[in-house]
Design a protein. Structure first.
Length: 422
């Protein structure tokens, strides 16, 4: 049976899962299910554990390997699960030798393995370089491909456990990124998405200190046949001049940015140890909208961060309208053991749920406003499937009869509250 990879969490994991799959298959592994986990919230970790149990029930003969951020942070917990045969760290998972070692371990006589012997996880903080990996395609059929340009984070937001799963910031060289984009474009992918843990820190560790904007411009110059380039989540306070120039002038750079905002209240932002204030976020959105008036913004917002009062929450709620955020990822605050925020005075669970619900309602209203404003417009839509595509602004469009991967010019005839109708 083949190697299957169950991917949880971010777009970076989606790219890494393809590297994992290829390395595992090259190592000769068979009848193996690999869980590439996420650790951003307690719920994400619980979801990984539930999936491991379900996957073992569905494929009782399969070996279960757990990797990803949750495995890096809590390897012993996963190793103690009876369903798990091996736990591989976030750096090791990208290396062929880790999968060859797994194959050797699985080929040994079938005896009970002590939990500690299942673990192949090293100190992620000792990793200082990032080797490029060339992927020529993705499973799943989407015409959108992800390219890893950066990993890790040098910042220590008080709520975030991810640096302990990913390590410090490190970047892929410009030449290697351009080569990867070219391979995927030549392979038929119509849209490329640049991914990383802290994208706007790109290049600080490379010779000459290139920035994300320079990388974007280099890709656009060096791969003229690429039709669409998209950037995943960024930290707006670190946006460089070249990036702003590209947003303003490069038509192939999609008019959609997802911002790591987290809160709209200055005191909460300080307690989160964020590097921007509310005014910075508002001014950034206004500046980008002047450069590219049709831009669509998404954002991450945490509901119920410790010490958040009703007035503080109201400022986050107001930020949705003030920044005209179309797409909102709402995270009910989840204490992660070992983070400073986990030791702060908590907000009651029912209050967190209520605030998350109010943010999601505001997000739904914002999306409906965007959909209504799109009616009558002409858009270039990337066909994702036989029933849906996405505009340049990442707005979903219901449509039928086109080949996935095609980019079609359509007139928006209406909307149903969740998608445009073309």
């Amino acid at each position: 049976m083949p190697v299957d990879v169950a991917t949880f969490g971010c777009r970076l994991n989606a790219f890494e899962s393809e590297v994992i799959r290829r390395n595992a298959e090259a190592a000769g592994l068979e009848d193996v299910v690999i869980v590439n986990s996420c650790a951003v919230t307690n719920e994400a970790v619980a979801q990984a554990r539930q999936s491991i149990r379900r996957l073992k029930r569905e494929r009782p003969s399969a070996r279960i390997v757990v990797t990803g951020c949750a495995a890096q942070i809590e390897p012993a917990m996963f190793a103690q699960m009876a369903e798990v045969d091996r736990v591989i760290g976030n750096d090791e998972k990208m290396r062929g030798e880790a999968w060859r070692a797994a194959r050797a371990a699985f080929a040994a006589p079938d005896v009970t393995i002590a939990a500690e012997k299942k673990i192949a996880v090293a100190d992620i903080m000792a990793v200082t370089e990032m080797a490029p990996h060339l992927v020529n395609g993705f499973q799943g059929g989407l015409p959108r491909a992800f390219v890893q340009v950066q990993n890790g984070c040098d910042h220590r937001c008080t709520f975030c456990i991810i640096p302990f799963g990913r390590g410090n910031s490190r970047s892929v060289s410009m030449d290697a990124v351009v080569d990867q984009v070219r391979v995927l474009t030549e392979g038929g992918y119509a849209e490329i998405v640049l991914t990383g843990v802290d994208l706007t820190s790109y290049g600080a560790d490379l010779p000459g200190g290139p920035r994300l904007g320079g990388l974007v411009k280099q890709i656009l110059r060096q791969v003229p046949e690429m039709r669409r380039l998209r950037i995943s989540s960024i930290d707006s306070i670190e946006a460089d001049r070249d990036l702003m120039d590209a947003i303003a002038n490069e038509e192939r750079l999609m008019p959609h940015l997802h911002l790591s905002l987290q809160s709209g209240d200055d005191m909460i932002l300080k307690r989160m140890k964020r590097r921007h204030a509310r005014r910075d976020a508002v001014d950034f959105c206004a500046q980008v909208r002047r450069l590219r008036p049709d831009i669509a913004f998404g954002a991450d917002i945490i509901a119920g961060f410790p010490t958040e009062t009703d007035d503080m929450f109201a400022r986050s709620l107001d930020l949705v309208a003030e920044c005209d955020l179309t797409f909102l990822h709402v995270f009910p605050y989840s204490p992660r053991p070992g983070t400073p925020a986990a030791r702060m005075p908590p907000v009651a669970a029912d209050v967190i749920r209520d605030r998350a619900g109010r943010l999601r309602a505001a997000a739904g209203a914002a999306l409906r406003r965007r959909l209504a404003a799109e009616v009558g417009a002409t858009r270039r839509v990337l066909i994702e499937s036989g029933t849906q595509g996405r505009t340049e602004h990442f707005v979903p469009v219901a449509m039928t009869g086109d080949t996935p991967g095609a980019v079609r010019t359509v007139r928006v005839a209406g909307q149903d509250g969740t998608r445009l109708l073309a």
